[in-house]
Design a binder for this molecule. Structure first.
Ligand code: ADP
Length: 393
């Protein structure tokens, strides 16, 4: 596969994020990263090179009504950009692998039907991920495609960690805690092993704090517990998702508020979290800039719940040696990192305020802090391309 390129794709409900890699020897090198926005609407493609300079920022010539239009436009752009090099494979982020897909796979018709069957377990993500696979197949029939799963990194959880206290027949049906953001945690675990090998062998909690947010407890680099469960709703307060709520609230919403399952789903996935509590915005930047008390209350709740869940995972790990912040909020919001760490100071964790304010990939705790705190920018596409190369051989 000399001189070949690999496209790592993350196809969501209204956007497709991607990174194009050149394979050089055994090591892939990111050539450019980009996004197609407003899929289903006007459509806009923007791409930046590895140094962050804009290569393309254009409105689509025709409306991108569906993923087929978006992926076809992206693959055409990719071909033009690659010139004499050829696209050897598309690697996809697939949110749910269920119980069976505990490692990356090459996608074929049998795999696709098994993944389709998992759509009810991740209705807001899985159908869009799979629509991306089908769109690539239609645009480039026969082009190899691979899947990396957000659930797979958590597949080794002990039964006690994965089990709900429900009648056992539900567990047999697949109602159990799976965990998500595993591609990001896979990257963070490997990256920490390069940055601080001794710490990576210890008890570490990684915090992927983006629009979706979760924590993962890592023991010697392996996931042993996480805050998301059966769905990507559980655990922390998120941009528009509620995180853990008393299941009695769901009964109340149906019995007394007359919400059907679509109404409950919209409420929990799209109207809750930072947006619901602040009544203002799901974006931490807006909340930090606001002087409304509700904005501060939403940020306080976010930090409180993140600290509380960190303490819960510390119990799973029987102690804590390190904490990693990552994703949009974790990498960029120094004030949120400080608020979470302040609530964890009883663990002997002390941030260096100057290093925290500076940011970047760095250790940001004081030298005498009993828990080392790091910022590590995540790179899910690096894992998707690693998996694709391993599968293609
Ligand atoms: P996802 O990939 O889950 O869509 P990201 O990891 O890109 O999300 O995180 C997006 C969120 O990160 C934004 O909604 C915002 O709350 C937060 N964010 C991004 N940049 C900043 C910043 N400079 N300061 C504070 N928060 C930020």
């Amino acid at each position: 596969m000399a001189d070949a390129a690999i496209l790592a794709l993350n196809a969501g409900s209204s956007s497709v994020k991607f990174t194009l890699f050149a394979r050089e020897g055994d090591a892939p090198r990111a050539i450019c990263r980009g996004e197609i926005e407003d899929v289903g609407g006007a459509g806009r493609l923007h791409v930046k090179d590895a140094a962050g300079a804009t290569l393309t920022d254009v409105a689509a010539a025709d409306p991108m009504r569906d993923p087929d239009g978006a992926l076809s436009a992206l693959l055409d752009w990719t071909d033009r950009h690659l010139g004499s090099s050829t696209l050897a494979c598309v690697g996809h982020r697939i949110v749910h692998g269920g119980r069976d897909f505990t490692a990356p796979v090459r996608i074929d018709a049998t795999v696709m039907s098994a993944l389709e069957a998992l759509c009810p377990l991740a209705p807001l993500h899985q159908p869009h991920n799979l629509a991306g696979v089908r769109a690539v197949e239609r645009a480039r029939p026969g082009l190899p495609q691979t899947a990396s799963f957000d659930t797979a990194f958590h597949a080794g959880h002990a039964p006690t960690v994965a089990r709900f206290a429900l009648p056992r027949r539900y567990e047999a049906e697949g109602v159990r805690r799976y965990g998500f953001h595993g591609i990001s945690y896979d990257y963070l675990s490997h990256r920490l092993a390069a940055l601080d090998p001794a710490l990576a062998k210890g008890r570490v909690i990684a915090a992927h704090l983006g629009n979706g947010a979760s924590l993962c407890a890592l023991a010697n680099g392996k996931s042993v517990d996480t805050t998301m469960g059966f769905s990507a709703l559980d655990g922390l307060v998120m941009g528009t998702r509620c995180g853990a709520v008393d299941p009695g609230v769901l009964l109340y919403l149906q019995d007394h508020d007359g919400l059907d399952s679509k109404g409950v789903s919209d409420l929990l996935y799209k109207q809750s979290g930072l947006l619901g509590v602040s009544g203002l915005s799901a974006d931490v930047r807006d909340l930090l800039a606001s002087d409304k008390p509700e904005a501060k209350e939403a940020l306080d709740l976010f930090a409180f719940r993140a600290a509380r869940e960190t303490a819960a995972l510390t119990a799973t790990l029987a102690g804590l040696d390190g904490l990693i912040f990552s994703a949009g909020i974790g990498e960029n919001a120094a004030a949120v990192r400080a608020a979470i760490c302040e609530r964890l100071s009883w663990l002997g964790l002390t941030l260096d305020p100057t290093l925290n304010a500076k940011g970047g990939e760095a250790r940001i705790s004081t030298p005498d802090s009993r828990v080392a705190v790091w910022i590590v920018p995540t790179d899910e596409e690096a894992i998707i391309v690693r998996d694709a190369l391993a599968l293609l051989g």
